[in-house]
Design a protein around this ligand. Structure first.
Ligand code: NAD
Ligand code: GLY
Length: 361
């Protein structure tokens, strides 16, 4: 069964297809390719698993595909790696209406999307996310970027794909640690705007951990439905979209502070969300039993409940590069209750530091 959602953005609207075995269905992909030429950007881990099947699907639709196989890892989300994509696009005589297909997790999707935004000032691109995290979050919404040594995702563009194809069966080969990291972003939707989904996750997390296909498809669909609504209302993050960054200001500090790739993105977001929950509690906004429910779900998902021991001063230094900073002041996404997030500014730095110290080893 194929489920379809739409990201409504007027003339840039696009569908998200969710289901099992979608990678081998040419009729889903081919209508979105203007020219019968594609470049498939992927990495050395995913290529042996899924590149052949995708190429043969494209071939059945009469589309030639040039593969670009990048090294695997967050530490390669850099200018140097981005240039490898441009080398292949120019070397392969790709035109402005060649389609770039990003086949992989969030690193490939973010880098492939940024390359597509830049090449000849913009070429069409398609997201084929193969991790839980990328299926529920990064492939939807058009945020594309690379990292800078001083800050996560600091160089990038808003650039929407033409479609997203989330083939749930690709999750069969995903390492356990990556599956768990993806759950951090799934839980996020429950926390910021969908309390019923949070309760569903409390009741069904075991099924997700056991890779029950029906439960996974439900979680991907509900997450994407939440994300599509937020992005349709606020594509450029002038308001509500900032709430999708719950835990990210602290989490990005962990990723940058420890060196990209030490902690997985989802792991850093889980720890960051618990720091945000701690701060929300200290402000008198979030009740202690709610904090306990959140911590217990993260622990059940095998995600870190404590942040990295960088020291509060270093956290603050790193957090000053956050993209939500306005007029030099930190703005943080905090919780009023499970299912209700807010953007807070003018917070006391001493209180932020105390929350960090309380939630870091
Ligand atoms: P990732 O892309 O590094 O993938 C995780 C690992 O799984 C990699 O080793 C990858 O090669 C491997 N892999 C991917 N699919 C596989 C499969 N089906 N079977 C086996 N192995 C597979 O990490 P991720 O968690 O997917 O994405 C994290 C990135 O996404 C971060 O860079 C983060 O900043 C970004 N992100 C972006 C957005 C956005 O809105 N653009 C949102 C959230 C996260
Ligand atoms: N992952 C945050 C966003 O897409 O806005």
């Amino acid at each position: 069964m194929i489920q379809t959602l739409n990201v409504e953005l007027a003339e840039r609207s696009y569908p998200i297809y969710i289901g099992s075995g979608l990678l081998s269905q040419p009729e889903l992909l081919t209508p979105y390719l203007v020219r019968k030429q594609a470049v498939v950007v992927t990495n050395a881990t995913i290529a042996p698993l899924y590149l052949d099947v995708l190429r043969s699907t494209l071939q059945k639709g009469g589309i030639s595909a040039l593969p670009v196989i990048l090294p695997d890892g967050e530490k390669y989300k850099t200018w140097e790696t981005l240039n490898l994509i441009f080398d292949a696009l120019i070397g392969g005589h790709c035109e402005r209406n060649t389609t770039l297909i990003a086949l992989g997790g969030g690193v490939i999707g973010d880098m492939g999307g940024f390359a597509a935004a830049c090449y000849q000032r913009g070429m069409p691109f398609i997201q084929i996310p193969t991790t839980l995290l990328s299926q529920v979050d990064s492939s939807v919404g058009g945020k594309t970027a690379i990292n800078h040594p001083l800050g996560k995702n600091m160089i990038g563009a808003f650039y929407q794909p033409k479609m997203v194809l989330a083939d749930i069966s690709t999750l069969d080969t995903l390492p356990d640690r990556e599956l768990k990291a993806g759950l951090a972003e799934v839980i996020k939707y429950g926390l910021i705007r969908d309390p019923d989904f949070f309760a569903w996750l409390e009741a069904n997390l075991d099924k997700l951990l056991a890779r029950d296909a029906k439960a996974l498809a439900y979680a991907v669909h509900r997450s994407c439905a939440n994300k599509a609504e937020v992005v349709s209302a606020d594509e450029r993050e002038t308001g509500e979209r900032a709430l999708l960054n719950l835990g990210h200001t602290f989490g990005h500090a962990i990723e940058t502070g420890l060196g990209y790739g030490k902690w997985l993105h989802g792991e850093a977001i889980a720890a960051g969300t618990l720091i945000a929950a701690e701060l929300s509690k200290r402000l008198g906004w979030l009740a202690e039993p709610s904090v306990q429910r959140i911590e217990s779900l993260y622990r059940q998902a095998g995600l870190p409940a404590l942040g990295a021991p960088l020291g509060a001063a270093r956290y603050l230094e790193l957090m000053r590069h956050d993209k939500k900073v306005r007029d030099g002041s930190l703005r943080l996404v905090l919780l009023r209750e499970i299912g209700l997030a807010v953007v807070a500014d003018g917070l006391d730095e001493g209180m932020i530091c105390a929350a960090i110290e309380a939630r870091c080893t």
